[in-house]
Design a protein around this ligand. Structure first.
Ligand code: FE2
Length: 469
């Protein structure tokens, strides 16, 4: 058995209107349309070149969000045609972007054609010999929802000696995304899987890619996928952009927009081997034979036995550039990245080296790409150690984090400051449900918080990978 796993694909069938410079910062459609036209064909060709028996999709296969339902359906059908014409059998979980009609008339019929056993709503089971997938609707775990009983019944019916994979759009552990999952699913699954040998949790939703092991206490490997991004730009390790919010079990991660990837899983006797592949990327190891296009390079690899922890054989890493302390003088432009939850723009003022940067970039759901563009005066004030102050003006429910300075030198090299890993939380709405995240800092109206971003660490990012052990 050989199967692929893809994450958020966001196939976008409709042009985003007149092209405007920088439009993709606040509007997703220009980005997804560009990815659909420029990156997605080669991506699917690379998946097809692996000749998987089937493809597991973790939801958000389409972008959707269209004004009329007929257009959404046309988009869904166009998307599935792209899989079908490459002989790819897609089994897809319900995401956030599929409308009920797209699920009912497009995604679920395609799942049914592949021979799944339907459960309530969008839940279903797919089994191959002693390997079982339970596809879940991550938003349907409220008390009394029939998916709960269905899941418990399926868990009771599947022998504990068999392989078990759960597939859902929302992560069980939202690595590097505070307050971002469905708490009802998370608490129900953690209870239901306690003491059970569940092997994999395949998910997406966060648009970053991570691999992490969690003890339930049996080790569960969470594979958080994303298939959107720009392959040509090299990859950004997640820990350079976000606090991970995880104490242990993290193997590696890749930030949103950098490096669309997919997984290939192959059964080899008692083991499953997993390969993370990146279409269009250079060969994975120095001296490795170049792979014939369109086969994608391997950037990570693990092996796993049922009920045991996965052993990493290869992990992606970023090659550090030599330290060049005078690069600060060479910066031609720079920005201050800031991530947010429920931020409309007037919640706080941010000061960089004593200067007010202006209104916050609006950010509802911790989306990437939000930033302050630095002025010439701000650039002049940059130094190896930079002070950022957060002055909360509004005691409502909102969150900031992921503060980091990023710039490019005159000769085009990227320089990144250290990352501030704290999550700054105002109000109680998020913490009442989730609790304060690791690295969480409570903000109070009118009380400044001060942090330092330093340029002591090397900043250039180059994609590579390293063999483990
Ligand atoms: Fe998504």
């Amino acid at each position: 058995m050989r199967f692929a796993v893809i994450g958020d694909f966001h196939f976008c069938n409709v042009p985003p209107g007149p092209t405007m410079g920088g439009a993709a910062i606040y509007d997703d459609r220009p980005r997804y349309r560009t990815i659909t036209l420029r990156e997605a064909p080669a991506f699917l060709d690379a998946v097809a070149a692996e000749k998987p028996d089937f493809v597991v999709g973790t939801g958000d296969v389409v972008e959707g969000g269209l004004r009329d339902d007929g257009a959404s359906l046309a988009e869904g059908r166009a998307c599935l045609r792209e899989f079908a014409r490459r002989q790819l059998t897609l089994l897809s979980a319900a995401g956030t972007h599929e409308t009920p009609r797209v699920m009912a008339e497009c995604v679920m019929p395609a799942n049914a054609k592949a021979g799944v056993k339907r459960g309530p709503g969008y839940a279903f089971q797919y089994s191959r010999d002693d390997f079982h997938f339970l596809f879940l609707d991550y938003r349907a775990f409220a008390p009394g929802n029939p998916q709960r009983d269905w899941l418990l019944t399926r868990l009771a019916a599947i022998p504990d000696r068999d392989w078990l994979a759960l597939v859902a759009h929302g992560p069980l552990y939202p690595v590097a995304r505070p307050f971002f999952s469905e708490i009802e699913m998370v608490s129900f699954l953690k209870r239901s899987l306690r003491g059970r040998k569940a092997d994999f949790f395949f998910c997406g939703h966060t648009h970053n890619q991570t691999l992490s092991t969690h003890r339930l206490p049996s080790p569960l490997l969470q594979v958080k996928c994303s298939s959107i991004g720009f392959a040509a730009d090299g990859f950004l390790p997640l820990e350079r952009e976000q606090g991970l919010l995880l104490d242990r079990g993290f193997h590696w991660g890749v930030a949103e927009n950098s490096t669309p990837g997919f997984w290939i899983f192959e059964r080899k006797g008692k083991r499953i081997e997993g390969f993370w592949r990146v279409p269009g990327a250079p060969p994975s190891a120095p001296g490795a034979a170049p792979k014939a296009a369109p086969r994608a390079a391997v950037f990570a690899r693990f092996t796993k036995e049922h009920g045991k922890a996965a052993a990493m054989l290869q992990v992606p890493s970023a090659a550090p550039a030599p330290k060049t302390p005078f690069d600060l003088a060479l910066l031609r432009e720079a920005r201050l990245n800031v991530f947010g939850w429920n931020v409309r723009g007037a919640e706080a003022r941010i000061f960089l080296n004593g200067r007010d940067l202006g209104s916050l970039p609006p950010n509802g759901v911790w989306a990437a790409r939000r930033r302050f563009i630095l002025t010439e005066e701000d650039l002049k004030r940059l130094s190896p150690r930079n002070t950022v102050e957060i002055l909360p003006l509004d005691g409502g429910d909102w969150v900031l984090g992921g503060l980091c300075l990023v710039g490019h030198t005159l000769d085009g090299r990227e320089r990144r400051s250290s990352l501030d890993r704290s999550i700054y939380v105002s109000g109680n709405r998020f913490t009442k449900v989730w609790g304060m995240p690791r690295g969480g800092v409570r903000l109070r109206e009118g009380v400044r918080r001060r942090l330092v971003l330093s340029f002591d660490s090397p900043g250039h990012i180059a994609a590579t990978s390293v063999a483990k052990g």
